[in-house]
Design a binder for this molecule. Structure first.
Ligand code: NAD
Ligand code: MG
Length: 388
């Protein structure tokens, strides 16, 4: 590897963010070398990526997956296993892209930051669940956390015009934009008949199944409120959500002098991915370029908090703090998986999260062990409420 090339670990390489990251890396081979990858079930995809990019190490879920993958890649590629494998690979590269889905991405977030690496974070669930623990490892020398989530990447770019004092005193509020998802404008009555096919049909973004369902319930926006608060150290009372159906303004920052800064592009996740890889430079490929020679309309409306109660649950979890956000996110993972497996109706997803939150046991989240206990307890309550 030439000394100027940055080594990259892409953990969660076979999913929606993973595939789009590979697309960016293909255009930037002189700047980046993909050295390690990870994935859940898709072993032949992992083997194909390893071959194409000359990857040196791969993390998989279990010993069984490891044995099968070794058959495909041969003895020249290191194959590591489980949470330890993810944590280990996250500690070895200059840039670590966390594109794993769900709480399973936690070892990547903690591994990269505690080793002083740049973490390009798509996996919002790990930050939301472990916010106080992540805050500690972010202090490691060299550790940098850059958000791939498009709204947070937009805010990160807008905040560049701020002196960056702790808590951003000159920021009046952050305004997160939401597409509104496939059910924007649906009444509570209509939502009772929402099908899986309806919910998986996102109007503006093409994403993995879990986040697409989260977008349909607005839980994704609720999780993003928690994510923004943890990332920027700004209280949720200074974070608002506005529905912007075109998904062109990716979020905004309003300053105390009335100025509102925004970042715009057509919806294309390769733009925030390239931003996080390239910082402080901008990579010269215009993903999501806007064509102002044609008419573009931008509209805004308030979210419907009654039809979509997930947003309110997320604000509540933020105010309770401690492990409450971890409970919310864990219960949501269980409920969304059950919905995708045709075990429950769409309306049950947020109902299960709400009933799980009713059982929340206060936990200040001082250790990793207590986080795993909390995650486990929330999942048990969510499953119990599924069965009812
Ligand atoms: P996805 O389901 O398409 O992909 C998930 C990836 O994680 C796959 O590569 C899968 O193999 C891997 N994975 C799952 N469990 C694993 C485990 N235990 N060990 C190793 N790998 C594992 O999901 P996605 O849509 O790409 O989303 C990934 C993350 O990025 C999520 O946290 C999501 O909220 C966030 N995100 C996604 C988008 C998007 O456009 N897709 C946008 C913003 C944020
Ligand atoms: Mg987002």
């Amino acid at each position: 590897m030439s000394p100027s090339r940055r080594s990259v670990a892409l953990l969660g390489a076979t999913g929606s963010i993973g595939v789009q990251t590979l697309d960016v890396l293909r255009r930037e081979r002189e700047r980046f070398e993909l050295v390690s990858i990870a994935g859940g079930e898709q072993l032949s995809e992992l083997a194909a990526i390893a071959k194409e990019f000359g990857v040196k190490s791969i993390a998989v879920k279990s010993e069984r997956h490891r044995a099968d993958l070794v058959e495909l890649v041969g003895p020249g590629v290191e194959v590591v296993v489980g949470d330890e494998g993810l944590h280990d690979l996250a500690q070895r590269s200059d840039v670590v892209v966390n594109a794993v889905m769900g709480f399973a991405g936690l070892p990547v977030t903690l591994g990269a930051l505690s080793a002083g690496k740049r973490l390009a974070l798509a996996n919002k669930e790990s930050l939301i669940a472990a916010a106080p623990l992540v805050a500690k490892v972010r202090n490691t020398i060299g550790a940098t956390l850059l958000p791939i989530d498009s709204e947070h990447c937009a805010i990160h770019q807008c905040l560049a015009s701020s002196p960056g004092a702790v808590g951003y005193p000159d920021v009046k509020r952050i305004v997160l934009t939401a597409s509104g998802g496939p059910f924007r404008g649906w009444s509570e009555e209509q939502l009772k008949g929402a099908t899986k096919q309806d919910a998986l049909h996102h109007p503006t973004w093409s994403m993995g199944a879990k986040i697409t369902i989260d977008s349909s319930t607005l839980m994704n926006k609720g999780l993003e409120v928690l994510e923004a608060s943890a990332l920027f150290g700004i209280d949720v009372d200074r974070i608002d959500v506005v529905v912007h159906p075109q998904s062109i303004i990716h979020s905004m920052v309003e300053y105390v002098d009335g100025s509102v800064l925004a970042q715009l592009s057509r919806p294309d996740m390769r733009l925030p991915i390239a931003y996080c890889l390239g910082q402080p430079e901008r990579l010269a490929y215009a993903y999501g370029e806007l064509d102002f020679s044609k008419a573009i309309s931008l509209s805004f409306e308030p979210p419907d908090g009654t039809a979509f109660p997930a947003l309110g649950l997320a604000y509540e979890a933020a105010r309770v703090a401690g492990a409450a956000p971890a409970w919310l996110s864990a219960a949501n993972e269980v409920a969304v998986a059950a919905f995708l497996a045709d075990e429950i109706n769409w309306c049950d997803i947020v109902a299960i999260v709400a009933s799980t939150m009713d059982h929340y046991v206060a936990d200040p989240l001082e250790s990793l062990a207590s986080l795993y206990e909390s995650d486990d307890a929330a999942r048990r309550w969510a499953r119990a409420s599924l069965e009812r």
